[in-house]
Design a protein around this ligand. Structure first.
Ligand SMILES: [Zn+2]
Length: 270
C-alpha cells in the first residue's frame, strides 16, 4: 500500500516537473532579460554619477561628447571618436543577468524575486563605482539610507534594522579613526605625509546602510566576513605585487565596501 502511494506520488512529481518545465524555461529567460535591464541601469548610474553627482546624459570617456540615447543603449562605439564601450559595461550586463537568474534558485531571505531587484540595482551601483573610483558617493549613500531602512524594517522590524545601522556606524567609524591614526603614523615613519586614507568616510556610510539592511546582530557577522574576504584579497594582491616588483603600488588603498557587501550577503545565505 505504502509503496503504491509512493509510486503514485513519484509519477505526480514527474508529471508536475514535466508540465512546469516550459514555464520554468520561460521564467528563467524573463529573469535573464530583467537582469540585463538592471545591468543597463547599473552601467548608466556608474557612468554618470561619479562625474555629475546627478542624472545626466552619459558621455564618452575618451572625448567627453554626450552619447545619443540609441548609440548608448545599443552599446555602439562613440560616433565622434570611435572609442569602444568599456569591458566593465559587458561584465556588469553578464553579472546582473547571472544574479537575476540565480535569485530564482536562491531567493534572498524572505523577499520575493521582484522585491529583491531594487537591492540588486542599488548594491550593483555601489560596487561598480567603488571599484572604479574608490569612492562611495554621498548621493548614493542617502538613497541607501532610505531604501535599506525600509527593507531592513520589512525584513527584521524597525528597531532591529535601526540597531543594525547604529552598530555598523560604531564599528566602521572605529576603523575610520584607526585608519587616520595608522596613516599619520605611517607618514611619520616615512618622513612625509600620506594623503590617502586606508578606510574612507564612504565605507562608514556603507556600514550604516548595510547595517540597516542586515539588522542587529547580523551586521557584526557581515563585517567580520567582509574583513576576512578583504584580508585574503589584500594578501593575494600583495604577493602578486611583490612577485612582479611593483610593491609601491600597495600604497594605493583598495576598495573595502564591495567586500562589506559580499560579507553581508554571505551572512544572509549561511
Ligand atoms: Zn568619444
Amino acid at each position: 500500500m505504502a509503496t503504491e502511494i509512493y509510486t503514485q506520488y513519484l509519477s505526480l512529481v514527474a508529471a508536475q516537473s514535466f508540465d512546469f518545465s516550459l514555464l520554468k524555461v520561460l521564467t528563467l529567460g524573463i529573469s535573464a532579460i530583467t537582469g540585463i535591464f538592471i545591468g543597463i541601469l547599473i552601467n548608466y548610474f556608474a557612468d554618470v554619477l561619479p562625474a555629475n553627482r546627478r542624472l545626466a546624459y552619459p558621455m564618452c570617456t575618451n572625448c567627453d561628447q554626450p552619447y545619443n540615447f540609441k548609440t548608448y543603449l545599443l552599446f555602439k562605439k562613440c560616433p565622434n571618436c570611435g572609442q569602444k564601450r568599456s569591458l566593465r559595461t559587458y561584465i556588469v550586463l553578464f553579472a546582473a543577468a547571472a544574479c537575476s537568474v540565480l535569485l530564482r534558485f536562491f531567493p534572498f531571505y524572505n523577499l520575493g524575486y521582484w522585491e529583491t531587484l531594487p537591492i540588486l540595482l542599488f548594491l550593483g551601483v555601489i560596487i561598480v563605482i567603488d571599484i572604479e573610483h574608490h569612492i562611495v558617493l554621498i548621493q548614493t549613500s542617502l538613497v541607501g539610507f532610505i531604501l535599506l531602512i525600509i527593507y531592513g524594517s520589512l525584513m527584521h522590524g524597525f528597531s532591529k534594522a535601526l540597531y543594525g545601522g547604529l552598530a555598523g556606524l560604531a564599528v566602521t567609524l572605529g576603523f575610520f579613526v584607526l585608519g587616520i591614526v595608522f596613516t599619520k603614523f605611517l607618514g611619520k615613519l616615512r618622513g612625509k605625509s600620506v594623503n590617502q586614507v586606508a578606510f574612507g568616510l564612504g565605507d562608514v556610510f556603507a556600514g550604516v546602510f548595510l547595517g540597516f539592511f542586515a539588522g542587529w546582530p547580523a551586521i557584526i557577522g557581515g563585517i567580520i566576513a567582509g574583513i576576512l574576504a578583504f584580508s585574503a584579497y589584500s594578501l593575494v594582491f600583495l604577493v602578486v605585487l611583490i612577485s612582479s616588483k611593483r610593491y609601491r603600488a600597495f600604497a594605493n588603498p583598495q576598495p573595502f565596501t564591495p567586500f562589506l557587501i559580499l560579507g553581508v550577503i554571505a551572512v544572509f545565505y549561511f
